[in-house]
Design a binder for this molecule. Structure first.
Ligand SMILES: [Zn+2]
Length: 339
């Protein structure tokens, strides 16, 4: 698919294949052991393919990202022995590589461009629901099922409302609650409610924008690691946010925009993002771009079966390093893997 740019900086070695992978830490805290296997797998796969590994800092959320964590992530990954060929820290003549900047907060114009392209497909609509609006609809008996055309949540599907329905990047993006469809009527064409139509918008402004999923459409893909995956749009996930009212793109939009622009051929990430992959495949389809291959890693859990979260400060790489552990200790740690 993509070929490595001839002037791509090489940290350790020359690259010899078209494989392009990426590491995409989000600097909202210190990396912890739960991240290590995914990053290590991404590193190994790029290395075994003789390809290029890209480091991309996913620092879009202004409320939660901190420069100190971005620096720490680069430092901790280097300490583990992971190397990349393109990234924000490579100070070559082409500023880290041919597809920079490699920091999401500096790529706004790229995201805006993708937002406009999606808008022209007629699949976006502005969503003016407040958190309270969504909470009321989702809490009402059968509230979600009435407006989502191909059936909403079943009674047993008790997906609790995320604290932030705008969706917080990096914090379980798969858990965005099924959108009840309230603002779908604002879509371009023949708006049935008073208010602006999508075609009048040149930039997102201070409102949320959602992607209208094709209800009932099956999204299937074969994960390189986990095998065949199948999701149904409108049932497994609803209309999802692509642009947030606070002026930043959602994880879904930014990820697709960057993976496409950086010519990533394989995405290696945690299995907690499988549903996000289904959403992102719909964005690729709408944009007319071939998606990359997907390799989702099983999640590491603690000995009580709970997923390791960044909140587990004692398991941060920072803390483990300070306790004298070596990269080998950490990479060979006996941690259960969620099936
Ligand atoms: Zn809405």
């Amino acid at each position: 698919m993509a070929s490595p740019a001839p002037n791509a900086a090489s940290a350790d070695r020359e690259t010899s294949s078209a494989y392009r992978g990426r590491l995409a830490p989000s600097p909202t805290g210190y990396l912890h052991v739960g991240h290590v296997r995914t990053f290590w797998t991404a590193f190994q796969r790029a290395r075994e393919a003789g390809g290029t590994l890209v480091m991309r800092m996913e620092d879009l959320d202004p409320d939660r990202c901190r420069p100190v964590y971005a620096e720490a992530a680069l430092d901790d990954l280097r300490w583990l022995g992971i190397r990349w060929q393109e990234g924000p820290d490579n100070n070559g003549p082409n500023k880290g590589g041919p597809f920079g900047p490699y920091v999401q907060s500096k790529r706004s114009s790229i995201y805006l461009d993708v937002w406009r392209k999606l808008l022209r497909t007629g699949r976006l609509f502005p969503c003016r629901c407040s958190r309270k609006d969504l909470a009321v609809v989702l809490d009402a008996p059968h509230g979600g099922a009435q407006t989502q055309q191909s059936g909403g949540k079943s009674d047993s599907d008790d997906s609790k409302l995320n604290d932030n329905p705008d969706h917080e990047p990096d914090q379980e993006p798969d858990d965005e609650p099924l959108y009840p469809g309230t603002c779908r009527l604002f879509m371009g064409g023949t708006p049935q409610l008073p208010g602006p139509t999508a075609s009048e918008f040149e930039d997102p402004g201070g409102t949320n924008w959602r992607f209208r999923v094709p209800d009932g459409e099956v999204v299937e893909f074969v994960d390189v690691n986990l095998g065949p995956q199948r999701f149904v749009a409108g049932r497994d996930f609803g209309d999802f946010v692509v642009w947030r009212r606070d002026g930043v793109p959602s994880y879904q939009l930014a990820c697709v925009a960057d993976d496409a622009a950086m010519r990533i051929t394989e995405v290696v990430r945690g299995a907690d993002l499988l549903k996000s992959t289904a959403r992102q495949i719909l964005l690729y389809r709408a944009l007319g771009i071939n998606p990359p291959d997907w390799y989702h890693c099983r999640l590491v859990v603690d000995h009580n079966g709970r997923r390791l979260a960044k909140r587990h400060d004692s398991l941060s790489l920072r803390a483990l390093r300070q306790r004298g552990l070596t990269p080998m200790n950490i990479l060979s740690a006996d941690l259960p893997i969620e099936i």
